[in-house]
Ligand binder design. Structure first.
Ligand code: MTE
Ligand code: MO
Length: 158
C-alpha cells in the first residue's frame, strides 16, 4: 500500500512536469531537431518572444483582422532548430508539412490574438499559424492555405 502510494506520487510528478511548463498549462509542444527537446511552452514563455502584428484577410474570416503573435523563425532560432521542414499539428489532429524556407521568405507568425482578443480554443485558438497573405500575391494560393494550421498544438522540426 505504502509502495503503491509512492509509485503513484512519482507518476503524478512526472505527469505534472510533462503537462506543465513553467507555472501555467502548456499550449505548444515542440519536438524533433531542436537543442533541448521535446519542450512544452506556456503562454508566458511564448509572450517572451518579440511580439509582432499582422493585418490580413484570411480565407475563413470576413474582412481583415489584426493578428498578434511571434515570428515562427524567432521561435525556431530561440530553440536552436536544425531542419528544413516543420510538421505542424492541430488539436483536431490535422497535420501539415511546411518548408522552413517559408519562415525566412515571409513573416509567418504563430498568432495568439485576433483584434486584441485571445483566440478562443473553441474557434481557431489558442494558436493559429498566420501568413502575411495581403502583402504577397503568391501567398493567395491554396498551397499556402493548407499551412494556416488553426488550433495549433505541436510542431516537429524535421
Ligand atoms: N487545425 C486545422 N487547421 C487547418 C485545417 C484543419 O482541418 N484543422 N484545414 C486547413 C485547410 S485544408 C485550409 S484550406 C485552411 C482553411 O480551412 P477551413 O476553411 O476549413 O477553416 O485551414 C487549414 N488549417
Ligand atoms: Mo483546404
Amino acid at each position: 500500500m505504502r509502495r503503491l502510494a509512492i509509485k503513484s506520487l512519482a507518476i503524478l510528478a512526472l505527469w505534472a512536469s510533462q503537462a506543465v511548463a513553467g507555472d501555467a498549462p502548456a499550449v505548444l509542444r515542440v519536438s524533433g531537431q531542436i537543442a533541448n527537446g521535446p519542450i512544452l511552452l506556456d503562454f508566458s514563455q511564448l509572450r517572451d518572444l518579440p511580439q509582432i502584428g499582422i493585418e490580413t484577410s484570411t480565407v475563413v474570416t470576413d474582412g481583415t483582422h489584426r493578428f498578434t503573435g511571434f515570428l515562427m523563425r524567432d521561435l525556431l532560432e530561440h530553440l536552436d532548430a536544425q531542419g528544413d521542414r516543420v510538421m505542424a499539428t492541430g488539436l483536431n489532429d490535422y497535420v501539415v508539412d511546411i518548408p522552413a524556407s517559408d519562415f525566412m521568405q515571409f513573416d509567418v507568425i504563430i498568432a495568439h490574438s485576433m483584434d486584441g482578443k485571445a483566440l478562443d480554443r473553441a474557434d481557431k485558438g489558442p494558436l493559429w499559424i498566420i501568413y502575411p497573405r495581403d502583402d504577397h500575391t503568391e501567398l493567395q494560393d491554396i498551397r499556402y492555405d493548407y499551412r494556416w494550421v488553426w488550433q495549433l498544438s505541436e510542431i516537429e522540426v524535421k
